[in-house]
Design a protein around this ligand. Structure first.
Ligand SMILES: NC(=O)c1ccc[n+]([C@@H]2O[C@H](COP(=O)([O-])OP(=O)(O)OC[C@H]3O[C@@H](n4cnc5c(N)ncnc54)[C@H](OP(=O)(O)O)[C@@H]3O)[C@@H](O)[C@H]2O)c1
Length: 258
């Protein structure tokens, strides 16, 4: 039976580039996101360019019923998933109080709960394959508190900690869990997160391309690494955030996102 890589947030940005990277390596792919037109066109191009199987499911991963719906779609169609990429995610920047409780809950649902539920649902299937992989996309924001991006940064700390813990638990199995933390990457992320002009300007100076991030992420996943921070500058940033007094690291971050 054909095996598939399942990628959430596959319609654009880092997710779309991870899909391309996996397709280049001849993986069949299953794409999940909300924008049907993008997913449809992407599947058409992937089949034509790489001669692989490519299918999509339109799903809003902020919907608590979505993880089960994704799993049922795979089970019903007999898709055997050997790679799960939890990439879908977004931020809400600015004052915590400028967003409603529901807006925060929706973001945490996508960034945390859906990621955990998809992992729980697909792990038994991943274990049935000769080799299984989970790739979770965290962020450089996972390494410190980020004022004015507080809930998002905390959600990515969760992703990192959860992924590391699960990697250890699964050490003696055929499934590896890899957390990849990109820093500023040239995608639609700042617009969706309402990042202000100052934050966008800072990001532009440091931006990596989503293609470069995707290649590093897929390489780390296949190497079975526990954790990877993409790019030298982001590695240095995480090290400095760890070394500096927390109040200093937080003041610098706040000056970017305020
Ligand atoms: N770009 C950065 O600077 C950066 C830095 C660190 C970490 N990251 C992380 O990288 C991951 C990818 O982000 P990106 O930069 O590629 O951003 P992006 O260009 O905005 O792409 C986000 C992807 O997630 C999907 N998505 C968002 N909300 C969704 C929902 N409710 N249901 C289903 N799909 C949803 C989007 O598709 P639809 O809109 O079609 O649903 C899109 O495919 C995220 O986890 C983000 O936190 C990004």
């Amino acid at each position: 039976m054909a095996q598939f890589a399942l990628i959430t947030g596959a319609s654009k940005g880092i997710g779309k580039n991870i899909v391309t990277e996996l397709a280049t390596r001849k993986n069949n792919v299953l794409l999940v996101a909300r924008t049907e037109a993008l997913l449809q066109e992407e599947c058409r191009q992937l089949r034509a360019t790489y001669g692989i199987e490519a299918f999509y499911l339109v799903a809003d991963l902020a919907n608590p019923a979505a993880p089960q719906a994704v799993y049922d779609w795979c089970a019903k169609n007999g898709y055997q998933v050997n790679i799960l990429v939890n990439n879908a995610g977004y931020g809400l920047s600015g004052l915590f109080t400028q967003y409603t409780a529901q807006q925060h809950a929706d973001m945490l649902q996508v960034n945390i709960t859906t990621l955990v539920q998809l992992t729980a649902l697909f792990l038994p299937m991943l274990k049935q394959q000769a080799r299984g992989y989970v790739l979770n996309i965290a962020s450089s924001a996972a390494y410190q508190a980020v004022p004015y991006l507080s809930a998002y940064a905390a959600s990515k700390s969760f992703v990192l900690s959860f992924s590391r813990g699960l990697h250890y638990e699964l050490k003696k199995t055929n499934v590896s869990v890899t957390a990849v933390s990109p820093g500023a990457t040239d995608t639609d992320f700042p617009n969706r997160a309402n990042v202000g002009a100052k934050g966008k300007k800072a990001a532009e100076k440091l931006n990596m391309t989503p293609e470069a991030v995707a290649i590093q992420a897929v390489n780390a996943m296949y190497a079975g690494k526990t954790e990877l921070i993409t790019g030298f500058v982001n590695k240095l940033g995480a090290a400095l955030a760890w070394l500096a007094p927390k109040a200093v690291a937080e003041k610098i971050a706040a000056s970017i996102y305020e």
